[in-house]
Design a protein around this ligand. Structure first.
Ligand SMILES: [Zn+2]
Length: 365
């Protein structure tokens, strides 16, 4: 939605002839349900933050208990003094607590979600989630750490939990229609490694990424694979695409000749012959997605370990697939997927604590 709905209205604004109810701005201003000032204004206390999250997740009140699944017997326990309650450590908490009449246990809007057990204020979570959903090229943990005054480890864990929520639904259906399949390689060239690092010569060990894009809806599904071969590509396509009912669009790579056979049709363009689009057949959508992905991985994150790469791919698949939504719709969709996706810090860092290399820290400062 834009402020000025007509050309006449825009002209009046540009000439400074606005009436008292219209903001004096030049050009267009997108109006959204949420923005950082709107959230900051609406959520002034932790109790407000819990209320807003309850509205976003449950539409106001829980429909079922997250612990036993029991319905209809959940009720809110109001604090005795009306504002806060004492925790086990003796501090005051504004957490909104609910009680289930079936299992007789207490729970909150955070139970069983990516927020489970967090010590970061829910108010900070809401602001960070909006900021993250609105950022086209992603945001690094260091930026979040500085902006919201939390430790880098907390910011890093927070962003990975948000990425976990951005993963597509496990029961998301198969893609049907025209599907673009393409691959890219992420990482530096071995010859550019420092002298002290092993493996400077020999074949590339860049990480291959395969992406499938549904041409009509623009939905993307990306997978990091050990190698690009017929077996891996076939497995990914079978898992995500209704093959007999779909048309495959690829470049002229030899590997797709056999893979494309079971599809109802297989069309390819030959980049080597300077052919990029032919009768609506192209891999341009995949090229566009890859350039956005690499800009964000190189420009914002600087370095992504192979171990965590699938979660970053979920993030960029989500960003690209929802690019036509506004930031508020994207945040609502993401928050709707937070249930049942706990991501504790310990298994995430099983190989040791998070260490950001010094050169990355310098680059982010
Ligand atoms: Zn229960």
């Amino acid at each position: 939605m834009v402020v000025m709905r007509s050309a006449g209205g825009l002209l009046r604004v540009m000439c400074g002839l606005t009436n008292a109810r219209e903001p004096r701005i030049f050009g267009f201003m997108a109006k959204q349900e949420f923005s950082i000032p709107k959230i900051a204004d609406r959520v002034r206390t932790e109790a407000d933050a819990y209320l807003m999250l309850e509205e976003l997740r449950w539409g106001g009140a829980p429909t079922a208990c997250p612990k036993c699944g029991g319905m209809d017997r959940c009720h809110y326990i109001a604090p005795k003094n009306g504002t806060d309650r004492k925790t086990r450590t003796g501090s005051a908490s504004q957490r909104r607590v609910w009680f289930c009449g079936h299992c007789r246990k207490q729970f909150s809007v955070l139970t069983g979600t990516i927020f489970h057990g967090t010590r970061i204020p829910v108010r900070t979570w809401l602001l960070v989630m909006f900021d993250f959903c609105a950022a086209k090229n992603s945001i690094s943990a260091w930026e979040i750490s500085r902006r919201y005054e939390i430790t880098n480890e907390s910011a890093w864990h927070m962003l990975h939990r948000i990425r976990e929520a951005m993963k597509r639904e496990p029961l998301a259906g198969l893609l049907t229609g025209a599907i673009v399949s393409d691959e890219t390689w992420y990482g530096g060239k071995p010859k550019n490694r420092h002298r002290s690092h092993a493996g400077r010569s020999g074949f590339t060990d860049k990480q291959p990424i395969v992406s499938l894009i549904h041409k009509e809806s623009g939905e993307v599904r990306s997978v990091a694979v050990p190698t690009v071969n017929g077996e891996n590509l076939t497995a990914i396509l079978r898992e995500n695409v209704d093959i007999p009912a779909s048309v495959l669009h690829t470049d002229a790579a030899q590997i797709y000749r056999t893979i494309g056979m079971p599809f109802s049709d297989h069309q390819s363009v030959s980049h080597a012959d300077g052919e990029y689009v032919r009768d609506g057949v192209s891999t341009n959508t995949a090229e566009g997605f890859f350039s956005q992905l690499k800009r964000s991985l190189d420009g914002t994150q600087h370095h992504v370990s192979v171990e965590h790469l699938p979660r970053y791919l979920s993030e960029f698949d989500f960003r690209y697939s929802t690019r036509k939504m506004d930031d508020s719709e994207r945040m609502r969709l993401m928050i709707g997927r937070t249930d049942g996706r706990r991501l504790p810090y310990a298994p995430l860092t099983a190989d040791g604590p998070v260490r950001v290399p010094p050169h990355v820290v310098d680059a982010c400062m």
